[in-house]
Design a protein around this ligand. Sequence first.
Ligand code: PXP
Length: 261
Amino acid sequence: MSRLTRPAGNLRLGVNIDHVATVRNARGGDVPDPVRAARLAEAAGADGITAHLREDRRHIRDADIEALMRDITVPLNFEMAATDEMQQIALRHKPHAVCIVPERREERTTEGGLEVAREESRLAQFIAPLREAGCRVSIFIAADRAQIEAAARIGAPVIELHTGAYCDAHAEGRLAERDAEFARLRDMAAFAHDLGLEVHAGHGLTFDTVRPIAALPEIMELNIGHFLIGEAIFSGLDSAIRRMRSEMDAARRDAFDSGVA
Ligand code: PXP
């Protein structure tokens, strides 16, 4: 497994605005408006906006996707389950990127990665029209060799590595496990890059956990939501996003300067 001597490209930040919609929906009205948050995120330096239209519409709704497609200028990364309904919605809007995620109704958030290896031929057929429509398809998976190989075989150009286990282990003080999870992410980012996949990462990232991930030279995009929206309560969304950007950029710069990246 080769390691890059330079970063694969500039590290992009995709800001996930789902939880602005969670707060809005708690009262059933129109505020806070996720599209307003998306515009503010753009102004604060987000390279893209990420939104997950869940089958139960618990946060983002169809009208939000329409408004995001109309009103934002940075690329939209549309997260969705691999269902016919979602495929039709994606084909209607043709967002810049479509990230295929697993979805279980009873889960609180996207708990694991997609089991690509288990349903390879269905997923290959599922993503083909999305690719033909010009969407950049990414597959959200665990840092697991078999899943990465399967993602490459179905023709996905991009994978997003699930950082949830690494972040949870950090938050709960299980430091040996955190380090083992990090090593897996590091090795599998290099493995996926060697296979020709573009590598993204996300889930659960905070100011405390983002730097080691941002320093991995193969990673080209991080998608971050829940922590930023929570942090916005204390410091404002603009300030939270700017700080996340600067943590990411500093980690990248330090790794490059010290010859790691
Ligand atoms: N990436 C993917 C594929 C996700 O499903 C999510 C959560 O919707 C995120 C990133 C962002 O995770 P978080 O909200 O924990 O930062």
